[in-house]
Design a protein around this ligand. Structure first.
Ligand code: PAF
Length: 279
């Protein structure tokens, strides 16, 4: 695996790979099997796979969260090598945001960034759009791989690609789960033992919502889910939203959309977890 930290070195190498398709997986490191499944998809579909590891400061609305975000570059690098990723791009903040250059991106997000994560993490998606746009501009891949776990994130990036008429194709990969149902996330390793033990409640509640749609109203399902998610000690749900998967707007009746998704964010002690299920 080739490793680059400088934009111009990466680009020189990519330029030398004539007529090869490039798949790109942007990450913030602390890699787990969920990330590896994205790499595998990219490797399957492309001649060359590039993974970036960059903990993007502009998408953290909480500076403490940025500081605590796990940084495990050596271990990540071994995992990528094992997965047969071709290129690791691990830039520093100055490589991504050089002084004196403008990196804000104007995109019409059609309000997709206003609810759920957007409502609870102000500025988060501006940062995500900014960094993904910058990384795509550097790597210029044919395909971009993102996980379904960050439902709002991939929907917003899809809108950015459409709105800016970018050439890249977004490939969304399914959520990878632990045996007990917890969605894989870099944040899971920060859960205390007790919070980790109780974490399957999140997926259980999502699955219960799917069952309950047959007999309960949307509001009843939301209320029951919020109550259940608050049951384990130290668990504090922020939202449980049933949305139209295209507009990300909350629905009122089951018949409001034929693409329904239940999305959840919950604090497990100090750690904020998100998950979703297409209903
Ligand atoms: O999902 C993530 O890990 C990040 O938001 C991303 C897409 C790598 C941008 O920093």
């Amino acid at each position: 695996m080739k490793v680059f930290s400088k934009v111009k070195d990466l680009q020189a190498h990519l330029k030398s790979l004539k007529n090869q398709s490039v798949g790109f997986v942007p990450t913030m490191g602390a890699l787990h099997d969920g990330h590896i499944s994205l790499m595998k998809q990219s490797i399957k579909r492309n001649d060359v796979t590039v993974c970036s590891i960059f903990v993007n400061p502009t998408q953290f609305n909480d500076k403490k969260d940025l500081k605590k975000y796990p940084r495990t570059l050596e271990k990540d690098s071994r995992l990528l090598e094992k997965a047969k990723v071709d290129i690791l791009f691990a830039p520093g903040v100055k490589d991504i945001y050089p002084k004196g250059t403008k990196h804000s991106v104007k995109v019409n997000l059609k309000g997709l960034d206003k609810q759920m994560e957007g409502a609870f993490r102000p500025g988060h998606f501006e940062g995500v759009v900014q960094v993904v746009h910058r990384l795509l501009d550097i790597v210029k891949p044919d395909e971009l791989f993102m996980g379904q776990k960050d439902f709002q994130q991939f929907t917003i990036i899809q809108q950015m690609i459409r709105n800016l008429k970018m050439k890249v194709k977004l490939v969304v990969c399914p959520i990878e789960r632990e045996k007990d149902g917890l969605a894989m996330s870099s944040r899971n390793r920060r859960l205390t033992k007790a919070k980790r033990r109780d974490a399957p409640i999140i997926y259980k509640t999502l699955k219960a919502a799917k069952r309950r749609m047959k007999t309960k109203t949307v509001q009843e399902v939301v209320e029951m889910s919020m109550k259940e998610l608050g049951n384990p000690r130290g668990y504090n749900p922020e939202y449980f939203s049933i949305i139209n998967g295209n507009t990300l707007k909350e629905i009122k009746k089951w018949s409001d959309s034929n693409y329904l998704v239940a999305c959840v964010a919950v604090w497990a002690g100090e750690i904020r977890l998100i998950d979703n299920l297409i209903l």
